[in-house]
Design a binder for this molecule. Structure first.
Ligand code: TMP
Length: 207
């Protein structure tokens, strides 16, 4: 049986994660790799239900710590129910977002603090960290321009410019802390970004 991997694609809203992930996964599947393309929050029924609660624009009363705990809870369930079993079966799990998102959005955006968010997530994750995280790097203005074009905005898309600014600060702190992250310039053309992400994944698998 081939070796399984857990690979995460990260980046702020508007960095193009979903588009890039869709194309890269399709390319890998066409080449015969066993790919599980998934996302956070969500990816399985329980976690998709938690996602709906977190992102519902009508849930304006949600407390910041409740939000952080719900993200961690959905992460835990998604890991044990989907990611870890698929990796054990030798599949390549490619997941949009993971703990960096909580550190940036809840740690910085909600000002709950990097260390506390890391702590609750360490409890949720246990030993099951990704084999690699790829970060799609987009400058703040460009990312915000792309969110503005969305026809449906979820509860987090609707946050203030200050919030999104803090999230970007948060991602910078995350990259400072986790130096082994692979950073890809997401302001390049979609083909260029896809090729770079694809190559990073292939290099990992064939290492
Ligand atoms: P998505 O739009 O990329 O699917 O993500 C949904 C939103 O949830 C997005 O605005 C980022 C946010 N988010 C957090 O705030 N913390 C987290 O831990 C995760 C995974 C996502």
């Amino acid at each position: 049986m081939s070796k399984g991997y857990f690979i995460v694609l990260e980046g702020p809203d508007g960095s193009g994660k979903s588009t890039v992930c869709d194309i890269v996964c399709e390319k890998l599947i066409n080449e015969g790799y066993q790919i599980v393309h998934t996302r956070e929050p969500g990816g399985i029924e329980i976690a998709e239900e938690i996602r709906n609660i977190i992102l519902d624009p009508k849930n304006t009363a949600m407390d910041a710590k409740t939000e952080a705990l719900l993200y961690a809870a959905s992460r835990r369930q998604h890991l044990v129910e989907k990611v870890v079993p698929a990796k054990k079966e030798g599949k390549i799990v490619i997941c949009e977002r993971f703990v960096y998102s909580s550190l940036a959005y809840q740690g910085y955006g909600r000002r709950l603090g990097f260390d506390d968010i890391l702590k609750i997530n360490e409890f949720a994750i246990g030993e099951d960290y990704p084999d690699m995280t790829i970060y799609l790097d987009i400058n703040e203005e460009e990312g915000l321009k792309r969110i503005e074009k969305r026809t449906f905005k979820d509860r987090l898309d609707k946050e203030s410019l200050d919030f999104h600014h803090l999230v970007n600060e948060g991602y910078k702190a995350v990259l400072e802390r986790f130096k082994d992250t692979k950073v890809v310039d997401a302001s390049k053309t979609i083909d260029e970004v896809v090729n770079e992400v694809y190559k990073i994944i292939i290099d990992l698998i064939h290492d």
